[in-house]
Design a protein around this ligand. Sequence first.
Ligand SMILES: Nc1nc2c(ncn2[C@@H]2O[C@H](COP(=O)(O)OP(=O)(O)O)[C@@H](O)[C@H]2O)c(=O)[nH]1
Ligand SMILES: [Mg+2]
Length: 209
Amino acid sequence: MRPGATERPARPDVTFKVCLAGDPGVGKTSLVRRFLSNTFDGEYIHTLGTKVSSKHIEIDDPDHPGVPMTVGATVWDIMGDPGFRELLKEAFFNNLGALLLVADGTRFETVYLLTEWYDAVRSVCGEVPTVVLINKSDVAALARVEAAAADVCEPIGCHWLVTSAKTGENVEQAFRLVSQLYVNRARAMKGKIDLSTERPAVYVTGKAF
Ligand SMILES: Nc1nc2c(ncn2[C@@H]2O[C@H](COP(=O)(O)OP(=O)(O)O)[C@@H](O)[C@H]2O)c(=O)[nH]1
Ligand SMILES: [Mg+2]
């Protein structure tokens, strides 16, 4: 190992695909950048197609409380244009393990639009562990969006967090939570799926949490 390099397992215990979905401009690319390189850029560059990156995340081993396990998240930052959703949803969501649905806290209508993203995901891969992120908490008036988030999350039965790609609030936590939900579900399904697989994702259908 190079001097100064931080040690991390060459191979994570499990890998999975996590996708960020939500309308254009809500902050998907900025959240990924904050998560991967702990930086922020105020300029808006429209995402074309998809950018795939990966990062190891440490979570609790659900079968051994207090013992950490490493998961490899393959992060898909997709183009959020609703007009392309039907056309590209198979490519975006095939083999999805977990989902981050992102809304803009300064535009509460983007919260309600998440149900359309969720339906598109479900039509491809069934119900996957999902966390809703109300982003731009550094500038948002949160009371109204929090009410909208409750409206959207209750029927889906998913968690939601307030995040800021600008300040970093809850960004790491969001990726850790969705990874933990994925692994908890994968473990609960033990025997039906192979956790030692090296394929980028294991997806399962059915309500898991
Ligand atoms: N103030 C603030 N601006 C943000 C935040 N996240 C993203 N932005 C800005 O919102 C715009 C759209 O962000 P981007 O990540 O490209 O959105 P995407 O289209 O969903 O990928 C950019 O100008 C970002 O700098 C945030 O948490 N706070
Ligand atoms: Mg983008």
